[in-house]
Design a binder for this molecule. Sequence first.
Ligand SMILES: [Zn+2]
Ligand SMILES: [Zn+2]
Length: 312
Amino acid sequence: MPRNQNTAAQRARRAQTESGGKYTALLREAEAGGPPKTFPFRSLMAECATRPEIRVDWGYDPEFDWWPGPAMFDSVLLGGPVPCGTVLALAGALSSLELRGDLHVETYHRLESALVSCEGRRFQLILNQDLLYELCRTPGCSHRPVNDWAIPYCVDHLCERRPDELITMASEWGHAQYEEYNDSPGDAQAGKEGDLLVKAATGIGACTEVTAALLKGCFTDPQDIEDTYGVTEESIAIRHGLAYERLRLAGMADEERARIRLSVDASCTACSGPLSVRNPRSVPPQYCSTTCAPPPPEEAQHPNPWVTEPTF
Ligand SMILES: [Zn+2]
Ligand SMILES: [Zn+2]
């Protein structure tokens, strides 16, 4: 057996012992060079709990500017030093999002940051502080999402989502706002995150449905308000708050439609015909009619890096 293959096999066996991953997949990764790219999160947690704390040279002169830095351990799985607090922050994020799939390492930059993904959600691990950020779900994007939990895309990529996805995000974000304003439900607001959802929906002709989902989440279904709160001052305040927020969002959607129409020089993007301000809201503002508008974008297919083909 060639010497390097033996070394790869040894590395794969060692990674299997330490991470509990599949030997065949680990062997392939070991042969390709570098640490395994895919492993269960519990293996990283086990490393964090069992490997000794290491000291890292941060390049400071200890006499003048001594900074111990975060508690670190040397991770075989990620490929170098990692702060324990960052791994614990990842545990919290995966737990709150109920993600149970394996982790896939996209990048590792020693003492700077690493990118890992799990079930399509992507996280930036800060490697010189106990810190973690979720990133936009779009592969390769390095921007933060509009909201870590409910709106997992950045502002630019939010505009590329399908209507049904925007409706789901609007419901979840609206419900979060409902909880936020639990003490005074009539004061609930969609917030700047809700505004971004409505703007993204406006561009694809879905602002009516997305606004409805958002308002229902923020305030309660209008037909259930009296059943839930009785005929009280509170239910009147909720109806007032709902009507005001509906008006505000409709005005904002109209402004966004006007902005998009002007940005395409007031002619249909598809047929170059004139755009009418009287087009129904279900027609994306950059098109003259539903005939010209393209179908909504398809769901992006996230490659599943954990599916490994059996080699024998
Ligand atoms: Zn993005
Ligand atoms: Zn047209």
